[in-house]
Each structure stands twice: as C-alpha cells, then as structure tokens.
Design a protein around this ligand. Sequence first.
Ligand code: PDD
Length: 284
Amino acid sequence: MIAYFNGQFLPREEIRVSPDDRGFLFADGVYEVIRAYGGKPFKMSEHLKRLARSLKEIRIDFPEVEKLAAVGEKLIAVNNLGEGEYATIYIQITRGAASRKHTFPDEPVPPTVYVAASPGISQRAKIEKGVKIILVPDIRWTRCDIKSVSLLPNVLANQQAKEKGAEEAVFVRNGKITEGSHTNFFMIFDGQVRTHPLNTHILPGITRDIIRDLCRDFKIPFREKLVSEKDLPKAEEMFLSGTSMEVTPVIQVDDWKVGQGTPGSVTVRLREAYKKMLDDFRKS
Ligand code: PDD
C-alpha cells in the first residue's frame, strides 16, 4: 500500500516516524476517518472542516488542510481501492518532532502529516441485525469535541465492550448518556429521536448531522436533549452513528433488551434512508 507522509507518497512500510514525534510522546495530534464509496470520498469537505477546527483548537498551524482532499483521492487511485464496496481514508496530523518537553517546541517544527487508505471492513451484518452495547463511566477529558488521537479511554472502553460480547461502549458522564467510544448515540422516546446536545462532551459527528437532516426531511421529531442513564430503559429504540458504523440499531444494553430486541421502526427508516443516500452517492 502507498501512503502519504510529509509531502511524499511512499510504500507504507518505508514510512519512519521519529521517536521524538509529539504524536508518539504526548498523543499531541488530531485525526479524521473518511469513507469512500465506489472510490469517492463521502463528505470529505465536512471532515476537512472538522480537522481544521481540531487543529485550530490545539494550536497546530497547518493551513493546507484542503489539499488533503486530493491526497486522499490519489491514495484511493494508486492503491486500486476504487472498485471495492468501500475504502477508508485515515488522516493524522501531529505537532511534529522535537526534543521532549511539555511546552510547544521553541523553534517551530513542521507538523507530521500522515494519510493512508485501506479497504473498508464491512459492517453490513451488524447494521442489519443490530448490536449490543455496554454502558461505561465517561472518564475522558472535557474537550471531546476535538478529534484528538489521545484515545486511551475510548480504547479501554471498546475493549471492555468486546470482552462482554458487545459492539460498542456508550459513555455516561454525571448520570447522562454522552456518546459511544467511536460513535454518536441516539435514543427514541415517544417517537422522538434524542441525542446529546453539541458541546465539549461529544464529537460533532458528520453522520450525526446527516441524521438530523434526514429526520427533518422525514418529519421525524428530533431533539438535542440530555438523557439520564436511569431513563434509558424507557427508550423504545436506540442506534449508533458514525463513518464506519453508518446507522447501526442497538438491540441490547448490558443484559437487557431494547424494545422487542430487534431494530425499531424509526431506526430502520433512518438506516434505509442513509443507505439509499450512500447508494445514490456511489452512483452519482
Ligand atoms: N469515530 N464520536 C466519537 C468519539 C468518534 O470517534 C466518532 C468517529 C464519532 C462519529 O463521528 P462521524 O460520524 O463524523 O464519523 C462520534 C471514527 C470513525 C473513528 O475513530 O474511527
């Protein structure tokens, strides 16, 4: 596979990251994950806009973010990833390599820029059937709106989910449901779709925005509202959203069933609408 590293297209195995890289030493960097359907990156400009915001929030100066769209497209082409059902583009930018100290480097160093493309892993069966989640305490920092590579709490939570036979861990902060370890989370109460409001406790998901727009188009009531963990069993339906999970129904939480234990009707409508949008995008 060919990947992009600091201005060059190289075989991935030839890329060498410095042990002084602040991404390695401090997780001092940000990232994005984009999916390509039929070789075409989906919502690339939205992802790059979020990347530019993440960079600004952590004060990494990299004005050329928009140029990464062409890098992603080139990686899909040179790696022949246009034919598969989908491919994933990963972008990571760190504050660069400098001798280890907590403050930013005294002399400015160029940020480290890495972009890779790989064949996407199909989540189709999970998206069809629905998945189990577990609830875990949200031990993350309070700037979850920044897509930081500092993902240790997310890694530990997702591993815990795996060990309990679940697909995702959903965080609970101060008794309120926030989001999944790598997804946003939605609940349906009395036919109304509810999700955590946009603030520093969740990532502003690109898929989340699409769901909000689909709800508007289908006249499905949608509300950004905090939901208490104790009210969760009253939800008729639940689902996860994300670049790779798309719209995935949740049919079990810990050891209890959601509704009938099968994907709910509002969820299925949104899942199918999302799928159709992707099909139309692929063909466009
Ligand atoms: N995860 N919340 C968190 C904590 C995430 O890491 C992600 C994305 C989302 C969904 O955002 P979007 O719809 O823009 O993909 C929500 C990516 C895919 C990842 O880390 O692999």
